[in-house]
Design a protein around this ligand. Structure first.
Ligand SMILES: [Zn+2]
Ligand SMILES: [Zn+2]
Length: 148
């Protein structure tokens, strides 16, 4: 009788431990699933983290004054023999559309398209040349000059 009652007590303890373990597993799974879902859904709302070139420093767009200084023209097919394809919306410019022409590379884009682009970039979307008013600006290397 003594042995069987010990077995019953051990069985109860074992059963109790299993319940606690199962409950812990349930809590862990719930927490893990929720954090995994949260991590999964986060990038959908984080547009600032998305950049085409990860090696480039974060670009905060072109200054309004520089943007205003860029040439704006009404597109005429007769003025542009080869036509202009807007690289942002990927469509050919048609007569009467307002275009902005970039001074350094001569690339042209819809006014609305390129202005939207320059909200978050300061380079030509086609050739990646920086759009600066000062042509003498050189990129800073940050490395000390070594004199031999
Ligand atoms: Zn366009
Ligand atoms: Zn360009």
């Amino acid at each position: 009788m003594r042995i069987s009652s010990e077995i019953v007590v051990a069985a109860i303890i074992f059963f109790f431990m299993m319940v606690v373990l199962a409950f812990n597993l349930y809590l862990y799974a719930k927490w893990h699933l929720r954090s995994a879902l949260r991590a999964h859904s986060r990038p959908r709302f984080d547009f600032t983290a998305i950049d085409i070139d990860p090696l480039r420093v974060p670009d905060h767009g072109l200054e309004a004054a520089v943007l205003q200084s860029l040439r704006v023209t009404v597109y005429r097919a007769t003025d542009f023999k080869e036509g202009i394809e807007c690289a942002i919306c990927l469509s050919q410019l048609t007569d009467g559309e307002v275009a902005r022409l970039l001074p350094k590379c001569g690339h042209g884009f819809h006014l609305d398209c390129i202005d939207m682009w320059f909200c978050s970039h300061s380079t030509c979307p086609l050739c990646r040349r920086p759009i600066g008013t000062n042509p003498n600006v050189q990129p800073m290397s940050g490395l000390p000059t070594i004199h031999a």
